[in-house]
Design a protein around this ligand. Structure first.
Ligand SMILES: [Zn+2]
Ligand SMILES: [Zn+2]
Length: 297
């Protein structure tokens, strides 16, 4: 069992690029109107129903292993509202979260479940829970809705374009925050890096023989050579499909965060103390264990 992060707040680890891009997005003229429009749009509800009617529902009974992996990750991250969990047939090594409020749905592609170790899958699951924790899911859904509107109507497309560009840019930046949540929950940088390396496309036959540190080296070299160009691309190209999740850049940002000492500082700050009776981690100043009632001296 991983160390639970007692009283962890998402604002403590949200990436500054994510925060700045979201602030800019929210300040755009017409943004609130657009958010309300999307929330009332029945297509989202249809999309949720369609997803539920097409994919495999992971429950305590149907798939106890995956169910408890997600639940344990949520507990470590101190997330109280859990999503519904589904799997979807695709050999894409990834997952996504969609829906809204009580209808928030976390979908794993079968490729992620089949090709990842438990530790790596914990990173992927917690990355998604990180999106939920930071309230990202609604804006991600907006991006999907806009892409459809822009593709089908030139007029609507031209009106929505400034928001869509800011939204796409923020979308990329939000990945850095979610990766931090992933690492805080899986608590294993090598697993986070190897999960990212698998998303980047390493062939299955090399899974067991490739050291995740070679990917760290690639990330370092990439940022030295192309860091500025990569930032320009992300800033200026409005629609980048999900086949380009910028995994190398994300690995680089994660490594830098660990090297800065912030990751360890957060783990230490939210450690709490362990109950000697039931093993539960609880708040430092608790006098009684809320789980088993053990009284501390
Ligand atoms: Zn993500
Ligand atoms: Zn206890």
């Amino acid at each position: 069992m991983k160390q639970k992060l007692i009283n962890l707040q998402s604002s403590e680890y949200e990436h500054p690029f994510d925060k700045a891009a979201l602030e800019r997005l929210r300040s755009l003229k017409g943004f609130d109107t657009v958010v309300n429009f999307v929330l009332n749009w029945t297509t989202i509800k249809w999309r949720i129903v369609e997803l539920c009617g097409s994919n495999f529902h992971v429950t305590k009974e149907s798939c106890p292993e995956l169910y408890s992996l997600v639940h344990e990750s949520a507990e470590v991250l101190n997330l109280d509202r859990l999503p519904q969990i589904y799997t979807q047939w695709s050999y894409n090594v990834n997952a996504y979260t969609t829906g809204y409020r009580n209808d928030t749905i976390l979908v794993f592609y079968t490729g992620a479940v089949d090709l990842m170790t438990d530790e790596e899958l914990t990173f992927i699951a917690s990355h998604e829970l990180g999106h939920i924790r930071s309230g990202h899911v609604l804006y991600h859904v907006m991006g999907q809705v806009f892409a459809n509107i822009i593709a089908s109507s030139v007029l609507a497309g031209s009106l929505l374009e400034p928001i869509q560009i800011a939204l796409q840019y923020w979308n990329r930046m939000s990945e850095f925050t979610a990766d931090r949540a992933g690492l805080l929950s899986c608590q294993n940088l090598d697993a986070a890096l190897s999960a990212t390396m698998k998303m980047a496309g390493i062939p299955k036959r090399y899974f067991n023989t490739t050291d995740p540190h070679v990917f760290a080296k690639q990330a370092e070299e990439f940022m030295t050579q192309y860091g500025d160009t990569a930032n320009t691309i992300i800033r200026n190209i409005s629609i980048l499909d999900d086949s380009h999740p910028w995994t190398v850049m994300r690995a680089y940002e994660l490594i830098k965060w660990v090297e800065s000492g912030e990751y360890q500082r957060i783990l230490d700050a939210h450690q709490g103390k362990q109950c000697p009776m039931c093993g539960q981690y609880i708040e430092f100043d608790a006098a009684i264990c809320p789980v088993c009632g053990y009284k501390f001296e």
